[in-house]
Design a protein around this ligand. Structure first.
Ligand code: NCD
Ligand code: ZN
Length: 429
């Protein structure tokens, strides 16, 4: 047994100061009570120091690499980073080396995940490659989670997109996560990856706007309105937030996410961040970013996802820097700081990073907490201020564009199925 003392347990609309008794063998909560009995008093104890207990968070957009890119991240380091960031479930994107698109590859990947991961990792399959394999195999891949790229080497557009949507319609899928940028608007040249300024010019906002709108029209064209969820990844434009809300209001099965880097960084950060700020879609100008932040304050964003995309410092410093920013260990602190400053509520944070993701994915809930629920949880200290530092990351990518930012909101402990997967040094055990 494990006992968490001095905790503020967060419920839907209240916070209760109580102790939590956890059975490590079943991985479940045994009891939540104000007063412990003698036997419970004798168990191993975690002092929550009046921190808040939240459900283990869910990050629906991560790139945990492994395979041929284990030097950037692998399932051990990636899931340690996730636990350090308060996550107990992540969706892992299929743009790996090699790409993940078949049941065979999925089986191999799941074996590695089982061996190395410390939390739940759910891989997504690459739609385009699935379609290619379909030509040679008759079996359909009955799998719930897919990733669709509307740009890049794995782009699915035009007739292929129509074909993909129809193929998906015939599968019992649950959600298609979609990277929306229209390559016709890209202004490609050799400098595109060298500085964030050049990168912004190469991938202008029109590429995202056009891609999202065309995509939604393709859904209508292909009678895709009642089947599954279309989820738009890393939306950066506040105008598209309004556009998608309008569509959702009219019954379209759409959902979307926003990343912390698009919420908290803008092009005025480009000079000091250099190619470390190169990411797809690009960081937008200040006026766009501020408007996106307003959408957060208005609770118009349903999901925050990190798009944790680790690369080595050496790669990021090179002339041809790969796009991507690590985010698993900064997402919760940045949002929690907004809770501390009373800009958003703790309840909204849970909707952004647990409730809406779990609904989208159709996973079994483990919150609100009660006896019998799975003990996937985070203890969050909202009081002390600290400075984000890449050096302390458990990810292999020990750098962050948020280096030195002062925030409130530190993960003290993460429990996955009743077991400690992360605890900071000063929590007594
Ligand atoms: C992604 C990555 O590194 O896997 N990078 C990113 O900037 N979001 C790939 C991609 O979406 O281009
Ligand atoms: Zn991504």
């Amino acid at each position: 047994m494990l006992v968490i003392k001095n905790a503020n347990i967060v419920y839907l609309s209240s916070v209760v100061h109580a102790n939590m008794v956890i059975d490590e063998d079943t991985g479940k909560i045994k009891a939540i009570k104000k007063v412990l009995n003698k036997e419970e008093e004798s168990h191993q104890t975690i002092d929550a120091k009046n921190g808040f207990i939240l459900p283990g968070l869910i990050d629906i957009h991560t790139h945990l690499r492994d395979l041929q890119q284990s030097y950037k991240e692998d399932y051990h380091s990636g899931t340690m980073a996730a636990a350090h960031g308060g996550f107990t479930t992540v969706i892992d994107m299929p743009n790996k080396k090699p790409e993940i698109s078949s049941v065979k590859e999925l089986r191999l990947l799941n074996a590695i995940i089982k061996e190395k991961a410390n939390i739940d990792v759910i891989p997504a399959l690459m739609v385009k490659k699935c379609l290619e394999s379909q030509k040679s195999t008759i079996n359909r891949y009955y799998y719930p989670y897919y990733k669709l790229y509307l740009s890049g080497t794995t782009a699915t557009t035009g007739e292929t997109l129509d074909f993909a949507l129809n193929w998906l319609k015939n599968n019992r899928f649950r959600v298609v996560m979609s990277h929306c940028e229209d390559e016709q608007f890209f202004v490609t040249n050799e400098d595109c990856q060298s500085t964030p300024h050049a990168h912004n010019i190469c991938r202008p906002p029109q590429a995202e706007e056009n891609s999202v709108k065309n995509f939604v029209e393709s859904l209508v064209y292909n009678s895709f309105l009642d089947v599954g969820k279309i989820h738009i990844s890393h939306l950066t434009l506040p105008t598209l937030v309004d556009y998608l809300h309008e569509k959702i209001k009219h019954g379209y099965p759409l959902s979307f996410e926003v990343t912390p880097h698009h919420l908290f960084l803008n092009t005025s950060d480009h000079d000091h961040l250099g190619s470390f700020a190169v990411v797809n879609p690009p960081i937008r100008p200040k006026e766009v970013q501020k408007q996106l932040l307003v959408k957060l304050l208005e609770e118009k964003i349903p999901i925050i996802a990190s798009d944790h995309a680790p690369h080595t410092e050496e790669e990021k410093r090179s002339k041809n820097a790969p796009s991507g920013i690590p985010g698993l260990e900064t997402t919760l602190p940045l949002l929690a700081d907004f809770v501390f400053k009373k800009k958003i509520t703790l309840n909204y944070l849970i909707r952004l990073c647990y409730l809406n993701p779990i609904k989208l994915l159709g996973l079994s809930p483990y919150w609100p907490f009660r006896a019998g629920t799975l003990a996937n949880l985070v203890i969050l200290d909202l009081k002390s201020e600290w400075k984000i530092s890449g050096e302390t990351f458990l990810s292999k990518a020990k750098w962050t564009p948020f280096e030195g930012w002062s925030v409130h909101g530190r993960v003290l402990v993460t429990l996955y199925r009743g077991n400690l997967v992360y605890f900071c040094d000063d929590v007594s055990k």
